[in-house]
Design a protein around this ligand. Structure first.
Ligand SMILES: Cc1cc2nc3c(=O)[nH]c(=O)nc-3n(C[C@H](O)[C@H](O)[C@H](O)COP(=O)(O)O)c2cc1C
Length: 182
């Protein structure tokens, strides 16, 4: 197992862990937002969103992204640089199935018109959704992206020493490792 992959497996929760990591997705047009990382594999990191969202237009214009993972106890940070591309259809369907009933229903109701409504009407619209979101296929607006990394920077704090980063950079098909100050 390559060293960078070993570290990813050690640091990130398994794909079937329902507590999904939060990531900050930064786009090349300066913008940023928090997302759930749906899963990761040897190709990269997957997230899912609404095709009408700003980020999807920004990624169509320029697929370069940064993903930032911050551990809740602030002892670890992982920064990924890479390029985003559409995830395979079967991965998108799998990710929808793995989301909670709340998030499945959100994928159906989270539109611009809904956002204009006062809270009572938004709650009414939510409560009157009669379909079982667990039984539904993802809406046509559900879209997944795969971020293929070319740089991985693992930051580790240490109460007894200076923090340090371990960086892996993809160069001519090989991952090169270096250490950087924290
Ligand atoms: C903890 C947390 C998790 C979120 N997860 C997602 C997600 O997985 N997918 C998503 O589209 N938006 C998610 N959001 C909402 C986004 O941060 C963002 O507001 C939304 O996607 C619109 O972003 P955009 O206008 O930059 O496209 C999440 C927000 C928070 C606070």
């Amino acid at each position: 197992m390559s060293e960078h992959w070993q570290k990813l497996v050690e640091w990130l929760p398994a794909n079937d862990d329902p507590n999904r990591p939060r990531i900050t997705l930064s786009t090349a047009v300066p913008d940023a937002r928090t997302l759930l990382m749906s899963e990761f594999d040897e190709h990269g990191f997957y997230f899912h969103t609404d095709s009408r969202s700003r980020k999807v237009q920004q990624l169509a214009d320029d697929p370069r992204v940064a993903l930032t993972f911050l551990w809740p106890d602030f002892t670890r940070q992982l920064v990924v640089l890479g390029d985003a591309e559409l995830a395979p259809i079967e991965e998108q369907a799998r990710a929808y199935r793995a989301r909670s009933a709340y998030l499945k229903q959100l994928a159906w109701l989270n539109d611009y018109e809904n956002a204009q409504l006062p809270v009572e009407e938004r709650r009414e619209r939510w409560a009157s959704f009669t379909d079982d979101p667990d039984a539904l296929q993802p809406p046509a607006t559900w879209v997944g992206f795969l971020v293929r990394p070319h740089r991985l920077t693992f930051w580790e704090g240490d109460p007894l020493a200076a923090s340090r980063r371990t960086e892996f950079t993809l160069t001519d098909g090989d991952w090169e490792k270096s250490y950087l100050p924290g």
